[in-house]
Ligand binder design. Structure first.
Ligand code: NAD
Length: 273
Protein backbone atom coordinates (compact mmCIF):
# COMPACT_ATOMS: atom_id res chain seq x y z
CA UNK A 1 0.00 0.00 0.00
CA UNK A 2 1.20 3.48 -0.81
CA UNK A 3 0.56 5.74 2.21
CA UNK A 4 -1.18 8.97 1.21
CA UNK A 5 0.79 10.93 3.80
CA UNK A 6 4.26 9.62 2.96
CA UNK A 7 5.69 13.16 2.61
CA UNK A 8 4.30 14.26 5.98
CA UNK A 9 6.66 15.30 8.75
CA UNK A 10 3.87 15.49 11.32
CA UNK A 11 5.30 15.55 14.85
CA UNK A 12 8.87 14.87 13.69
CA UNK A 13 11.51 16.77 15.69
CA UNK A 14 14.16 17.87 13.21
CA UNK A 15 17.31 19.80 14.07
CA UNK A 16 18.46 22.28 11.42
CA UNK A 17 21.97 23.54 12.10
CA UNK A 18 22.50 26.90 10.42
CA UNK A 19 18.72 27.28 10.49
CA UNK A 20 19.52 30.94 11.05
CA UNK A 21 20.97 31.26 7.51
CA UNK A 22 19.48 32.13 4.15
CA UNK A 23 18.88 28.58 2.88
CA UNK A 24 18.09 27.58 6.46
CA UNK A 25 15.10 29.96 6.44
CA UNK A 26 13.48 27.90 3.68
CA UNK A 27 14.48 24.62 5.35
CA UNK A 28 12.80 25.44 8.66
CA UNK A 29 9.72 26.96 7.03
CA UNK A 30 9.30 23.91 4.79
CA UNK A 31 9.68 21.46 7.69
CA UNK A 32 7.10 23.36 9.75
CA UNK A 33 4.68 23.48 6.80
CA UNK A 34 4.75 19.68 6.61
CA UNK A 35 3.90 19.45 10.33
CA UNK A 36 7.45 18.94 11.60
CA UNK A 37 9.00 20.70 14.58
CA UNK A 38 12.22 22.39 13.45
CA UNK A 39 14.85 22.95 16.11
CA UNK A 40 16.86 25.89 14.83
CA UNK A 41 20.43 25.51 15.99
CA UNK A 42 22.75 28.43 15.31
CA UNK A 43 24.65 31.36 16.67
CA UNK A 44 22.31 34.25 15.86
CA UNK A 45 19.69 34.19 18.63
CA UNK A 46 17.78 37.18 17.28
CA UNK A 47 17.26 35.59 13.88
CA UNK A 48 16.58 32.15 15.35
CA UNK A 49 13.95 33.42 17.77
CA UNK A 50 12.36 35.52 15.03
CA UNK A 51 11.94 32.39 12.89
CA UNK A 52 10.51 30.42 15.80
CA UNK A 53 7.99 33.20 16.50
CA UNK A 54 7.01 33.29 12.83
CA UNK A 55 6.34 29.52 12.75
CA UNK A 56 4.38 29.62 16.02
CA UNK A 57 2.27 32.55 14.79
CA UNK A 58 1.36 30.37 11.79
CA UNK A 59 0.14 27.60 14.08
CA UNK A 60 3.29 25.44 14.05
CA UNK A 61 5.89 24.46 16.63
CA UNK A 62 9.60 25.33 16.64
CA UNK A 63 12.44 25.97 19.04
CA UNK A 64 15.77 27.85 18.90
CA UNK A 65 18.98 26.75 20.61
CA UNK A 66 22.19 28.77 20.49
CA UNK A 67 25.16 26.50 19.75
CA UNK A 68 28.33 26.25 17.71
CA UNK A 69 28.38 23.08 15.57
CA UNK A 70 32.12 22.71 16.23
CA UNK A 71 31.67 22.60 20.01
CA UNK A 72 30.68 19.10 21.11
CA UNK A 73 29.84 20.15 24.69
CA UNK A 74 27.37 22.78 23.42
CA UNK A 75 25.73 20.17 21.19
CA UNK A 76 25.38 17.73 24.08
CA UNK A 77 23.66 20.46 26.12
CA UNK A 78 21.40 21.15 23.11
CA UNK A 79 20.58 17.44 22.80
CA UNK A 80 19.57 17.25 26.47
CA UNK A 81 17.39 20.33 26.12
CA UNK A 82 15.61 18.87 23.06
CA UNK A 83 15.03 15.51 24.75
CA UNK A 84 13.69 17.18 27.85
CA UNK A 85 11.32 19.38 25.84
CA UNK A 86 10.29 17.06 22.99
CA UNK A 87 11.36 13.55 24.11
CA UNK A 88 13.00 12.49 20.83
CA UNK A 89 14.99 13.57 17.77
CA UNK A 90 13.81 12.29 14.36
CA UNK A 91 16.14 14.08 12.00
CA UNK A 92 19.07 16.37 11.43
CA UNK A 93 19.81 18.79 8.61
CA UNK A 94 23.46 19.87 8.60
CA UNK A 95 22.95 23.34 7.14
CA UNK A 96 25.70 25.19 9.01
CA UNK A 97 28.64 25.72 6.69
CA UNK A 98 29.76 27.84 3.81
CA UNK A 99 32.64 29.61 2.21
CA UNK A 100 35.30 31.34 4.33
CA UNK A 101 36.59 34.55 2.69
CA UNK A 102 40.21 34.00 3.84
CA UNK A 103 40.16 30.59 2.15
CA UNK A 104 39.44 32.10 -1.28
CA UNK A 105 42.26 32.41 -3.84
CA UNK A 106 42.02 35.89 -5.41
CA UNK A 107 42.43 35.85 -9.23
CA UNK A 108 45.64 37.90 -9.03
CA UNK A 109 47.25 35.69 -6.37
CA UNK A 110 49.86 33.05 -7.23
CA UNK A 111 48.33 29.57 -7.18
CA UNK A 112 51.38 28.46 -5.15
CA UNK A 113 50.51 30.98 -2.45
CA UNK A 114 47.27 29.50 -1.13
CA UNK A 115 46.04 30.78 2.24
CA UNK A 116 46.33 27.45 4.02
CA UNK A 117 44.90 28.73 7.31
CA UNK A 118 41.82 30.12 5.58
CA UNK A 119 41.38 26.88 3.66
CA UNK A 120 41.69 24.87 6.87
CA UNK A 121 38.93 27.01 8.44
CA UNK A 122 36.66 26.25 5.45
CA UNK A 123 37.42 22.55 5.72
CA UNK A 124 36.84 22.48 9.47
CA UNK A 125 33.50 24.30 9.34
CA UNK A 126 32.05 22.32 6.44
CA UNK A 127 33.37 18.86 7.26
CA UNK A 128 33.67 18.72 11.04
CA UNK A 129 30.67 21.02 11.42
CA UNK A 130 28.73 18.16 9.81
CA UNK A 131 30.46 15.18 11.42
CA UNK A 132 30.35 16.39 15.05
CA UNK A 133 26.56 17.04 15.15
CA UNK A 134 25.97 13.55 13.69
CA UNK A 135 28.12 12.02 16.43
CA UNK A 136 26.10 13.82 19.11
CA UNK A 137 22.54 13.56 17.73
CA UNK A 138 22.85 10.36 15.63
CA UNK A 139 22.27 7.80 18.41
CA UNK A 140 19.00 9.52 19.39
CA UNK A 141 17.92 9.71 15.74
CA UNK A 142 18.53 5.97 15.28
CA UNK A 143 16.37 5.23 18.34
CA UNK A 144 13.24 6.51 16.55
CA UNK A 145 13.54 3.55 14.17
CA UNK A 146 13.07 5.76 11.11
CA UNK A 147 15.60 8.58 11.36
CA UNK A 148 17.01 10.72 8.59
CA UNK A 149 20.12 12.88 8.34
CA UNK A 150 20.59 15.31 5.46
CA UNK A 151 23.97 16.90 4.75
CA UNK A 152 24.46 19.90 2.49
CA UNK A 153 27.01 19.46 -0.27
CA UNK A 154 27.64 21.80 -3.22
CA UNK A 155 28.25 21.66 -6.97
CA UNK A 156 31.82 22.73 -6.07
CA UNK A 157 32.42 19.17 -4.85
CA UNK A 158 31.84 17.84 -8.39
CA UNK A 159 33.18 20.49 -10.76
CA UNK A 160 36.29 22.65 -10.36
CA UNK A 161 35.14 26.17 -9.43
CA UNK A 162 37.85 28.82 -9.47
CA UNK A 163 38.87 30.54 -6.20
CA UNK A 164 37.01 28.38 -3.64
CA UNK A 165 39.37 25.44 -3.16
CA UNK A 166 39.10 25.13 0.64
CA UNK A 167 35.31 25.23 0.50
CA UNK A 168 35.26 22.72 -2.38
CA UNK A 169 37.51 20.33 -0.48
CA UNK A 170 35.19 20.58 2.52
CA UNK A 171 32.15 19.73 0.41
CA UNK A 172 33.97 16.90 -1.42
CA UNK A 173 34.82 15.48 1.99
CA UNK A 174 31.13 15.66 2.92
CA UNK A 175 30.31 13.59 -0.19
CA UNK A 176 32.74 10.86 0.87
CA UNK A 177 31.49 11.04 4.43
CA UNK A 178 27.81 10.74 3.37
CA UNK A 179 28.45 7.55 1.38
CA UNK A 180 30.76 5.98 3.93
CA UNK A 181 28.63 6.80 6.94
CA UNK A 182 25.37 5.74 5.29
CA UNK A 183 26.80 2.28 4.66
CA UNK A 184 28.38 1.93 8.07
CA UNK A 185 25.20 3.06 9.85
CA UNK A 186 23.21 0.54 7.81
CA UNK A 187 25.70 -2.20 8.74
CA UNK A 188 25.14 -1.50 12.42
CA UNK A 189 21.60 -0.06 12.66
CA UNK A 190 19.89 -1.54 9.60
CA UNK A 191 17.22 0.64 8.03
CA UNK A 192 16.47 2.59 11.21
CA UNK A 193 18.58 5.57 10.14
CA UNK A 194 19.65 6.93 6.78
CA UNK A 195 21.98 9.65 5.55
CA UNK A 196 21.82 11.52 2.26
CA UNK A 197 22.93 14.89 0.98
CA UNK A 198 21.54 17.70 -1.12
CA UNK A 199 23.80 19.36 -3.68
CA UNK A 200 22.50 22.90 -4.21
CA UNK A 201 23.58 24.76 -7.32
CA UNK A 202 23.84 28.54 -7.08
CA UNK A 203 21.49 30.51 -4.85
CA UNK A 204 22.04 34.20 -4.23
CA UNK A 205 22.75 34.41 -0.52
CA UNK A 206 24.75 36.56 1.90
CA UNK A 207 27.95 34.56 1.70
CA UNK A 208 28.29 34.53 -2.09
CA UNK A 209 26.74 37.96 -2.74
CA UNK A 210 30.09 39.72 -3.19
CA UNK A 211 31.37 37.03 -5.54
CA UNK A 212 28.25 37.02 -7.74
CA UNK A 213 26.85 40.58 -7.72
CA UNK A 214 28.27 44.12 -8.03
CA UNK A 215 27.20 46.90 -5.67
CA UNK A 216 24.63 48.09 -8.26
CA UNK A 217 23.00 44.63 -8.24
CA UNK A 218 24.28 43.57 -11.68
CA UNK A 219 26.06 40.24 -11.96
CA UNK A 220 29.85 40.00 -11.79
CA UNK A 221 31.74 38.13 -14.53
CA UNK A 222 31.59 35.10 -12.23
CA UNK A 223 27.83 35.52 -11.76
CA UNK A 224 27.34 35.75 -15.52
CA UNK A 225 29.55 32.70 -16.13
CA UNK A 226 27.38 30.70 -13.72
CA UNK A 227 24.16 31.74 -15.46
CA UNK A 228 25.71 30.92 -18.85
CA UNK A 229 26.65 27.43 -17.65
CA UNK A 230 23.32 26.71 -15.96
CA UNK A 231 20.86 25.21 -18.46
CA UNK A 232 17.96 26.97 -16.68
CA UNK A 233 19.83 30.29 -17.13
CA UNK A 234 19.10 31.56 -13.65
CA UNK A 235 20.06 31.20 -10.01
CA UNK A 236 17.91 29.01 -7.79
CA UNK A 237 15.50 30.24 -5.16
CA UNK A 238 16.06 28.80 -1.64
CA UNK A 239 12.45 27.52 -1.55
CA UNK A 240 13.31 25.28 -4.52
CA UNK A 241 15.47 23.15 -2.20
CA UNK A 242 12.57 22.34 0.07
CA UNK A 243 10.99 19.59 -2.05
CA UNK A 244 14.18 17.51 -2.00
CA UNK A 245 14.61 18.16 1.71
CA UNK A 246 11.08 17.08 2.65
CA UNK A 247 11.43 13.96 0.52
CA UNK A 248 14.70 13.00 2.22
CA UNK A 249 13.35 13.65 5.72
CA UNK A 250 10.01 11.91 5.19
CA UNK A 251 8.97 8.28 4.80
CA UNK A 252 8.81 8.86 1.04
CA UNK A 253 12.59 8.22 0.92
CA UNK A 254 12.66 5.26 3.32
CA UNK A 255 14.78 3.08 1.01
CA UNK A 256 17.17 5.87 -0.02
CA UNK A 257 20.54 6.17 1.68
CA UNK A 258 24.00 7.47 0.78
CA UNK A 259 22.67 9.52 -2.14
CA UNK A 260 23.53 13.06 -3.20
CA UNK A 261 20.53 14.86 -4.70
CA UNK A 262 21.35 17.69 -7.09
CA UNK A 263 19.11 20.78 -7.13
CA UNK A 264 21.12 22.89 -9.54
CA UNK A 265 19.14 23.83 -12.67
CA UNK A 266 21.29 21.35 -14.62
CA UNK A 267 24.69 22.96 -13.83
CA UNK A 268 26.59 19.76 -13.04
CA UNK A 269 25.33 17.72 -16.01
CA UNK A 270 25.96 20.46 -18.55
CA UNK A 271 28.93 20.02 -20.90
CA UNK A 272 28.44 23.55 -22.22
CA UNK A 273 28.24 22.28 -25.81
P1 NAD B 1 24.35 31.23 5.38
O1 NAD B 1 25.67 31.83 5.76
O2 NAD B 1 23.22 32.17 5.13
O3 NAD B 1 23.90 30.17 6.46
C1 NAD B 1 24.77 29.42 7.22
C2 NAD B 1 24.35 29.53 8.67
O4 NAD B 1 25.20 28.72 9.44
C3 NAD B 1 24.45 30.97 9.23
O5 NAD B 1 23.26 31.30 9.92
C4 NAD B 1 25.61 30.87 10.18
O6 NAD B 1 25.49 31.76 11.29
C5 NAD B 1 25.55 29.43 10.62
N1 NAD B 1 26.84 28.96 11.11
C6 NAD B 1 28.06 29.18 10.56
N2 NAD B 1 29.00 28.62 11.32
C7 NAD B 1 28.37 28.05 12.37
C8 NAD B 1 28.81 27.34 13.50
N3 NAD B 1 30.11 27.10 13.71
N4 NAD B 1 27.89 26.88 14.37
C9 NAD B 1 26.57 27.12 14.17
N5 NAD B 1 26.10 27.80 13.13
C10 NAD B 1 26.99 28.26 12.24
O7 NAD B 1 24.62 30.31 4.11
P2 NAD B 1 23.63 29.61 3.11
O8 NAD B 1 23.89 30.18 1.78
O9 NAD B 1 22.25 29.59 3.65
O10 NAD B 1 24.24 28.13 3.09
C11 NAD B 1 23.77 27.07 3.88
C12 NAD B 1 24.52 25.80 3.47
O11 NAD B 1 24.29 25.55 2.07
C13 NAD B 1 26.04 25.90 3.63
O12 NAD B 1 26.55 24.64 3.98
C14 NAD B 1 26.50 26.25 2.24
O13 NAD B 1 27.82 25.86 2.00
C15 NAD B 1 25.54 25.43 1.41
N6 NAD B 1 25.41 25.86 0.03
C16 NAD B 1 24.99 27.11 -0.29
C17 NAD B 1 24.88 27.45 -1.62
C18 NAD B 1 24.41 28.82 -2.05
O14 NAD B 1 24.32 29.07 -3.26
N7 NAD B 1 24.11 29.71 -1.11
C19 NAD B 1 25.21 26.54 -2.62
C20 NAD B 1 25.65 25.28 -2.26
C21 NAD B 1 25.74 24.95 -0.92
Amino acid sequence: MIPSDMFSLKGKVIIVTGGTGVLGASFVKGIAQQGGIPIILGQNAEKGNERVADIISNGGMAHFIAANVLEEAQLITAKNEILEKFGKIDGLVNGAGGNIPTGVLPPTEDVFNLNIEGMKDALVLNLWGTVIPVQVFGPEIAKTGNGSIVNISSVSSKRALTRVLGYSMGKAAIDTYTKWFAVEMANRYGDTIRMNSIMPGFFLTTQNKNLLTNTDGSYTDRGNAIIRNTPYKRFGHPDELVGALIWLLSDASKFVTGMDIGVDGGFTINSGV
